[in-house]
Design a binder for this molecule. Structure first.
Ligand code: ATP
Ligand code: MN
Length: 528
């Protein structure tokens, strides 16, 4: 079967662009009306109405390959092979007479585990996005390239839910038997990267690799650190530290030998980006090759990073080489430190605490963060989110599969584990304020450098978390969150409420974990 044209898919009369580079894609994107070139060099695009992922429109084809291996329910919604086949045929018909962009890329920097993926996209900008975000093969590797998975992304094709069996016009469907992902009805490019992440999360555990929703960097002494966390908790921000080489900002695998990045680029939030606090990321918003999504430009093509009028989720997608200090080959040694990031908008969790092995399992399975109230009418309280493995929308298998891999890997390496709250201090959202990035960085650096090894720790009563009493470069009085609240009764009440949310969420996992892990459940009102 020739894979040099798309006739093997039944696509005819399609003008194909094979592995186009940045300049060609800029020209095509502008010619097709997809975006603009802005001051400093990036390509700027708008993706409305979809300015984020569509997790409710994500489906997995249920068949012999998936029936007993996927943890159905929650974010993993089954769909039939017939629905998939019908949509594929319609998408191919839709391509007739059009131009399509093809990129042959790798997911994964470790040649033992990387997956060759072909992206066939209707939009030139998506082609540039995936070229930035995945690993580009060498010329020799391209000659022998055979895709193991194919993504077909056609935003201009919209499903008709009544006849096509989808929920809305938008769909993201993974078929593990045909080894394809179909995306229609959304221009948001993040679906390309998280779609493939879901595939790796399904397949790598069987090869003994732990797939992780985390960023990673490596210190001058060769010590690797991982930063797990849900969206907005600081994976990208905190992993880009000038003193530590960046391995990757979002998705990694942990093998017997060390860790490797699944990607070759980063996808940073840029709303209100402060050049002093985040110089490396700021610089990418002025560079050739960067894709800026939903950032607002002025008529003279300069950027207004503070304008959230399209969305708060404005993004910069750039090849990792746009960052100065990066780890060669996108790989790292076996992690010495693991940081769980949470943005607790209740202002309850300590800004840094050290976890026992059992607490690590408890927090990993819980996957807590609290989103801040949006612009929705009447929503004045933080919205708690529990997302298992800090990435439930991308994890097709049962959380126990990932939790067991984590326990095994940490046992092997003796990594230290920390919980870092990048969220609120001195009161909940609306009363207190968000922890400063520089304090969070100082706390993390102290933990990674071993500066907390000889420090005294105290245990807080609600979550049993060990809090250091002293951290270089951080005021002492912000380390224990209760000290930062003026109204201590209000702190205790809020802490009990959060403790109860943790307990309610964990009920569904309790029977599947050891009594020691279950005992990490925080204490709430009846008990305090
Ligand atoms: P995603 O999975 O969506 O990529 P992420 O975990 O990579 O999310 P970031 O892109 O790093 O999250 O977003 C964190 C946001 O919070 C940034 O906009 C950053 O400026 C802001 N922020 C404010 N205070 C802090 C802090 N103390 N630590 C980290 N980030 C902070
Ligand atoms: Mn990120």
């Amino acid at each position: 079967m020739s894979t040099q044209d798309l006739s093997y898919l039944g696509a005819k009369n399609v003008t194909l662009h094979w592995n186009p580079g940045v300049a060609e894609l800029y020209e095509a994107a502008v010619r097709l009306g997809e975006g603009h070139i802005v001051e400093g060099g990036p390509l700027l695009v708008e993706t409305t109405p979809h300015t984020g992922r569509s997790p409710k429109d994500r489906f997995i084809v249920e068949d012999d390959n998936t029936r007993d291996r996927v943890w159905w329910g929650g974010f993993n919604t089954p769909i039939s092979a017939e629905v998939f086949d019908n949509l594929l045929n319609k998408m191919i018909a839709h391509m007739d007479g059009k131009e399509m962009f093809v990129q042959n890329l790798f997911a994964g920097t470790d040649p033992d585990y990387h997956m060759p993926v072909r992206f066939i996209t209707e939009m030139a900008y998506h082609s540039l996005f995936v070229r930035n975000m995945f690993v580009r093969p060498s010329k020799a590797e391209l000659r022998n390239f055979e895709p193991s998975f194919t993504v077909i992304n056609v935003p201009g094709f919209k499903a008709n839910p009544e006849v096509d069996g989808t929920r809305t016009e938008t769909f993201i469907i993974v078929n593990f038997t045909k080894r394809m992902i179909l995306v229609g009805g959304t221009k948001y490019a993040g679906e390309n990267k998280k779609g493939i992440f879901g595939v790796l999360n399904f397949e790598l555990p069987d090869l003994g690799v732990m797939p992780m929703h985390c960023s990673a960097n490596i210190g001058p002494a060769g010590d690797t650190a991982l930063f797990f966390g849900l969206s907005g908790t600081g994976k990208t921000t905190l992993s880009a530290d000038p003193k530590r080489a960046l391995i990757g900002d979002d998705e990694h695998g942990w093998t017997d030998h060390g860790i490797f990045n699944f990607e070759g680029g980063c996808y940073a939030k840029v709303i209100n980006l402060n050049p002093a606090a985040e110089p490396a990321i700021f610089k990418t918003t002025r560079m050739y090759g960067t894709v800026l999504e939903n950032v607002v430009m002025r008529p003279d093509r300069t950027l207004d990073l503070d304008d959230g009028s399209i969305t708060e989720n404005t993004r910069s997608a750039y090849p990792i080489t746009h960052i100065d200090n990066i780890a060669p080959g996108g790989r790292g040694t076996r992690p010495k430190n693991i940081v769980f990031l949470t943005a607790d908008a209740y202002g309850v969790l300590p800004p840094i605490s050290r976890l026992t092995r059992e607490q690590m399992m408890y927090q990993f399975i819980s996957g807590f963060t609290a989103k801040i109230p949006g612009t929705e009418q009447g929503v004045t309280e933080p919205v708690p989110t529990f997302s298992t493995c800090f990435g439930a929308p991308f994890m097709p298998r049962h959380p126990g599969v990932y939790a067991e891999l984590l326990a095994r890997r940490v046992e092997e390496t003796g990594a230290r584990v920390w919980l870092v709250n990048t969220g609120w201090s001195g009161g909940k959202y609306g009363q207190g304020k968000r922890m400063s990035i520089s304090y969070t960085r100082n706390m993390i650096n102290a933990a990674l450098n071993g500066d907390l090894d000889d420090v005294e720790f105290v245990t807080e009563p609600f979550f049993n978390l060990s809090i250091p009493t002293r951290v270089p470069g951080v005021p002492k009085d912000i380390l224990n969150p209760r000290d930062t609240w003026q109204d201590k009764t209000e702190y205790d009440r809020t802490a009990r409420r959060l403790a109860r949310m943790f307990r309610d969420n964990f009920k569904r996992f309790e029977s599947g974990v050891s009594p020691e892990v279950a005992a990490c459940m925080p204490v709430h009102e009846e008990l305090v």
